[in-house]
Design a protein around this ligand. Structure first.
Ligand SMILES: [Zn+2]
Length: 377
């Protein structure tokens, strides 16, 4: 990946290239981003730039052997580490010490298809089966062993660690010495979303690179140009994306979910308002029959819908980022729903999502959710 292929953060691209050209780059960089900003793309473009034999104008050539292998994430001197878990698809011995190498195919496909992914996308792409991924001491041992070897074909070796905050204390401590005094010609590019979750000893050894939010106008332009998005929808998604292109892209796709889930949440709210328990039970039955992914998508959509009603109820529809054709429905709910419902409903939906991810019986989750809506609305 070349810098030119990444959206936004133009000043950062120039800074990174300048650091390499001026020989001022530290050996351990920590990219801090809001999820979906594409820090992994910056780390890859930087690695490609460092290793390119024909770079010019602040970017790699994109066509040499090294650039070609970077583009496919198959360069033998570029290593990837990310959170993983012992899943059923692994062999018995692999399950005892799962490491990123066992999940590389899914990781490569994800990064190549959409470098603006988030943690949830990653866990889905590598098939973590709703388990919590982490970076364990086994991984740290593997990193040490890989970096003890000489580079295969480049002058430099690069270790990219995505979601470094998922390193447990044992793994972090094992890597401290290596981060402080890496073998010659070795670069560590760590990426994290929550730097406060990193051990201070790790933080202090890294040069921190903060990705800046992109403006809604810039994000909207890219969505219209590259995703063929409708300008109104794109601008709404851009405004609530917190400056993250990946978030905006996701929101735009969630808008598409509206067609699927709008009638479900409206039926649920209507049945709760009518105190129609029989109807609520049948809605709970139907939701519990969806697959787990769809159940989670429904909860995400429902949270967003309830947030919009809340904005209407508080007289600020302009910051609900609702579409014009949603206005009359949202106004209707805002006029009838009790003021203390919103906070409770959002927290109930969060609880439902956690329960779904922890494999709690779906019928129990949705009957409980519908019952709480009935009680609080
Ligand atoms: Zn090149």
């Amino acid at each position: 990946m070349q810098f030119a292929q990444i959206h936004g953060n133009e000043a950062l691209k120039a800074n990174l290239a300048g650091m390499v050209d001026g020989g001022k780059m530290g050996h351990a960089l920590l990219f801090v981003e809001e999820q979906g900003m594409g820090a992994i793309a910056f780390a890859l473009a930087l690695s490609q730039y460092i290793n390119c034999r024909d770079r010019s104008g602040g970017d790699s050539c994109g066509v040499c052997n090294s650039c070609h292998k970077h583009g496919k994430l198959i360069h033998p001197d570029v290593h990837f580490v990310f959170p993983v878990a012992a899943v059923s698809s692994l062999g018995e011995s692999e399950k005892k010490h799962p490491i990123s190498d066992y999940f590389l195919d899914g990781f490569r496909s994800l990064v190549i298809s959409n470098p603006y992914f988030d943690e949830r996308d990653l866990f889905e792409a590598i098939g973590l089966e709703n388990k919590a991924g982490n970076i364990s001491v086994h991984e740290a041992r593997d990193i040490i062993s890989k970096l003890s070897l000489k580079p295969y074909e480049s002058e430099y070796k690069v270790m990219i660690i995505y979601l470094a905050e998922k390193m447990n204390a044992e793994a972090s401590n094992k890597l401290l010495k290596l981060l402080e005094e890496p073998p010659e010609g070795t670069y560590f590019f760590l990426i994290c979303h929550k730097p406060d979750k990193l051990l201070p000893t790790i933080l202090s050894r890294c040069q921190i690179i903060r990705l800046q939010p992109d403006s809604p106008e810039d994000i909207c332009d890219i969505l219209c140009r590259e995703e063929n998005a409708d300008a109104d929808h794109a601008m709404i998604a851009a405004k609530i994306s917190r400056g993250s292109y990946g978030n905006a892209l996701k929101l735009l796709r969630e808008e598409e979910l509206a067609d699927e889930y709008a009638s479900d949440i409206e039926e649920l709210l209507d049945a709760a308002l009518e105190h129609n328990l029989t109807k609520l039970l049948s809605i709970a039955e139907s939701l519990s029959g969806l697959g787990r992914e769809k159940q989670r998508d429904f909860c995400i959509f429902a949270e967003n819908f309830i947030r919009k009603i809340f904005m209407f109820a508080n007289g600020v529809p302009q910051i609900s980022f609702a579409l014009r054709d949603e206005y009359s429905n949202l106004e209707r709910y805002a006029a009838t729903i009790k003021k203390d419902f919103y906070q409770k409903a959002l927290s109930n939906l969060d609880t439902a999502m956690s329960a779904i991810e922890s494999n709690v019986n779906a019928k129990l989750v949705f009957v409980d959710l519908c019952n709480r809506f009935y009680l609080y609305i």
